[in-house]
Design a protein around this ligand. Structure first.
Ligand code: BGC
Length: 762
């Protein structure tokens, strides 16, 4: 189909009709011109395809599908290839089910552990979230179907999510909340973007021209279509103008009529309507050209893949004395309702009608000498004395007790936020009671976001299994029994207490306005700056083997901000088993004129190493690895100076570091005025030279004893200079009773502004 020709033959009504869905999941058709409708479906970690009655909350029936691990888990893999593989599998199922676009990945930053939808999101770190998203998208789209990266942007809470206004400064937007989208758009070219419900700085995301056109299309080069989140559109005409192409779901033609009317009354340029039609039809056509409905959807094979992926994502948080992996033949008590009925996904639009679910007990029951006790009921928070006592007996009779615990469905879901970070009281009590009778207690956690662990010192080992998809049970057994060596690392910090989180005083906002007052200090950026003790830091995770690092080598000791730096480091598996290490590279700006995080993740690589094996891992860092967003330039900017290149096992465990000096090639607008202060001016030798006569005059003036007094305090030149450091030029008139004249100062200002050499940027 010639898209442009088809559009040129459409009536205004037909064109406007294409700008909204025909129902909950389909775009519209124009039969007389051969324009076919296409279907989209949730995502992101499997398909929620609804055949008949539709909803956006995951309540009504959808087809049987494979539920893969959720975003909180897959990001913890720190494994780009794994995310690509996951995307490919989802792409295949989309082809089989004739879906043009899967609604995901969901990449919003985890601003607070409380957000009900954190289980679907990747990370508190924008670099990691962007890399995860880009690889997932590449995987899906390699199969000839599209993705819809969501929710663009600043949709970081569920509380009042359809009407809240995220108040975020420009730098924080650019450094924290937009980069995951930016990376994905630039690297992986998603076919569509879904814009979020909320407002950003007073404008609905759906009506935000700056966001949807200036940034997304003109800056980042996005060439697909933008669709609204379900029911997110406020003013349809304004949203067309802003660059929102497709309104979802159908509004029964009501809003199409508003578009027609606006064009007829000259309030909306018809060319914008044409453009949106073109973008939607181009994507639909791309799908149709690549449609392969005969693609096999082998659910059993995907179940096995889901198991493999889940095992790669789990994070071993504690393993005192190397209790894990469990040795076969030991008497093991498996405790907790989640062992039989695991919590493997979250509630809401991503809720999948899982084709099959395996609990860990299924695997454990195959072993000799294992017992089971329920411990708690999933539906209640209240401790049940009978179940607790039973669990104590089971645990007491075993060598090792493995408790399956975590958060029940009602605790976290799309649509609402958590109010606290605790586990149900019955589960906390169970852990304490079991640990009291069995010194070898292991806790396996099924949760979509960090929890407080007041019982952590009572237990020997903790495995974070997250919401690991329908095959989580088998995968958990694989890790506990050592068939898989755990290699997940936390994609988010686990604080000790909710009160320690950066957003604690203001998360959720004041009904409408949600002020992002913590700025760029999100997650580890905050805890590390404050040196707050945490339960488990960002990037943390243990293995059944050990890794050592050596030979951190930088390709240069100095680079320009236009150049690149190659970093290499050797990592060796010094333990007895094969395993995988996540090499993390952080960049630390050593001194800066702006307030910056202590360190930021700018590279990672997952490496598989046999016992005794060494590999060299290399990273290439460009301008962005060193830059912050400068609000005056409205651009990224690198300051001249030293930057630490840090290799860490987590944001709190830096094992090797070397400095590089980066030279800025960009001048900052930096005009001298009478209000400029001496500290800033004297930092530049040429300006210092111009100011010398003024300073001399000032100093000799200050040294002259007052007529009626002896000079009582002796002041050195250095003290004098230190004391005037924060003084503006203009004050010289006052401090010398006019001996330094206004004219003299103005001339000095002019001279300083005429120095030709470019500013160093500092
Ligand atoms: C969610 C989206 C989802 C859509 C369709 C909305 O409520 O925020 O993530 O894709 O519903 O189900």
């Amino acid at each position: 189909m010639d898209v442009q020709k088809a559009i040129s033959e459409m009536t205004l009504e037909e064109k406007a009709s294409l700008l909204s869905g025909s129902d909950f999941w389909h775009t519209k058709s124009v039969e007389r011109l051969g324009v076919e409708s296409c279907m989209v479906s949730d995502g992101p970690h499997g398909l929620r395809k609804q055949n008949q009655k539709a909803d956006h909350l995951g309540i009504r029936e959808s087809i049987k599908a494979v539920c893969f691990p959720t975003g909180c888990a897959t990001a913890s893999s720190f494994d780009r290839e794994l995310l690509k593989t996951l995307g490919e599998a989802i792409g295949d199922s989309c082809q089989h089910e004739k879906l043009s676009v899967v609604l995901g990945p969901a990449v919003n930053i985890k601003r607070s552990p409380l957000c009900g939808r954190n289980f679907e999101y990747f990370s508190e770190d924008p670099y990691l979230a962007g890399e995860a998203a880009a690889n997932f998208i590449q995987g899906v789209q390699s199969r000839g179907v599209g993705t819809s990266i969501k929710h663009f942007a600043c949709n970081n809470q569920e509380y009042r999510r359809l009407s809240s206004n995220s108040v975020v400064d420009e730098r924080t937007l650019r450094e924290i909340y937009l980069p995951a989208f930016e990376t994905a758009v630039k690297q992986a070219k998603p076919w569509t973007v879904m814009c979020s419900y909320n407002l950003i700085n007073g404008t609905y995301a759906c009506e935000n021209r700056w966001l949807l056109t200036d940034v997304l299309r003109l800056e980042w080069g996005f060439d697909g279509y933008v669709m609204s989140d379900w029911g997110a559109v406020d003013d349809r005409v304004a949203s067309v103008e802003a660059g929102l192409d497709l309104e979802m779901p159908s509004a029964g033609g009501e809003t199409d009529r508003l578009v027609v009317q606006a064009v007829r009354e000259g309030r909306l340029d018809e060319r914008l309507v044409d453009l949106s039609c073109e973008r939607i039809l181009n994507v639909n056509q791309r799908y149709q050209n690549n449609a392969r409905p005969d693609t096999l959807w082998d659910k059993q094979a995907q179940h096995e893949l889901a198991r493999r992926i889940a095992a790669e994502c789990m994070v071993l948080l504690k393993n005192d004395g190397g209790l894990l992996p469990l040795k076969v033949g030991r008497r093991i008590a498996v405790i907790g309702a989640f062992a039989k009925k695991p919590r493997f996904q979250g509630g809401g639009s991503s809720h999948i009608n899982a084709d099959q679910v395996t609990g860990a007990w299924e695997e454990f029951s195959k072993l000799a000498d294992v017992s089971y006790s329920e411990g708690y009921t999933i539906d209640s928070d209240e401790p049940n004395e009978l179940l607790l006592a039973e669990a104590e007996v089971t645990a007491g009779a075993a060598e090792i007790a493995v408790i399956f615990a975590g958060l029940p469905d009602r605790y976290e879901s799309e649509g609402y936020d958590r109010k606290h970070m605790r586990m149900p009281a019955c589960q906390e009590r169970l852990i304490r009671r079991v640990a009291a009778v069995n010194p070898n207690t292991v806790v396996v956690l099924h949760n979509g976001a960090p929890i407080e662990m007041p019982w952590i010192d009572d237990v020997t080992a903790v495995l974070e299994a997250y919401l690991g998809g329908q095959a989580v049970g088998g995968a958990t057994a694989d890790v506990l029994l050592g068939r898989v060596n755990p290699s997940g690392r936390l994609a988010e910090t686990f604080p000790l207490r909710l009160e320690d989180t950066a957003t604690f005083p203001w998360y959720g906002g004041e009904k409408v306005n949600v002020e992002y007052r913590e700025g760029v200090f999100v997650g580890y950026r905050y805890y590390d700056a404050k040196r707050t003790p945490v339960l488990f830091p960002f990037g943390f995770g243990l293995s059944y083997t050990d890794f050592q690092y050596a030979h951190l080598i930088l390709s240069a000791s100095e680079i320009a901000d236009t150049g690149t730096l190659t970093v290499s480091v050797e990592v060796t598996n010094v333990g007895k088993r094969a395993g995988k290490e996540v090499v993390q590279l952080y960049v630390a700006d050593r001194e800066s004129t702006v307030v910056r995080p202590v360190r930021e993740l700018k590279g990672f690589a997952k490496v598989a190493l046999e016992s005794g094996e060494t590999k060299t891992v290399s990273f290439t860092l460009g301008n962005r690895a060193f830059a912050y967003w400068n609000e005056k330039l409205h651009d990224w900017h690198v300051e001249t100076g030293a930057f630490g290149i840090q290799i860490g096992k987590s944001s709190r465990d830096i094992v090797l570091e070397e400095d590089v000096n980066v030279l800025s090639t960009v001048s900052l607008p930096n005009r001298v005025t009478l209000n400029s202060i001496f500290e800033d001016l004297l930092a530049d030798p040429e300006k210092a030279e111009i100011l010398r006569p003024i300073l001399d005059l000032y100093q000799s003036n200050m040294r002259r004893p007052a007529p009626d007094k002896e000079d009582s305090v002796s002041i050195t030149d250095d003290m004098m200079r230190a004391m005037i450091a924060y003084t503006p030029l203009r004050s010289m008139m006052n401090f010398t009773k006019g001996q330094i004249t206004y004219r003299q100062l103005v001339e000095a200002v002019e001279k300083m502004n005429h120095i030709e050499k470019p500013e160093s940027g500092r």
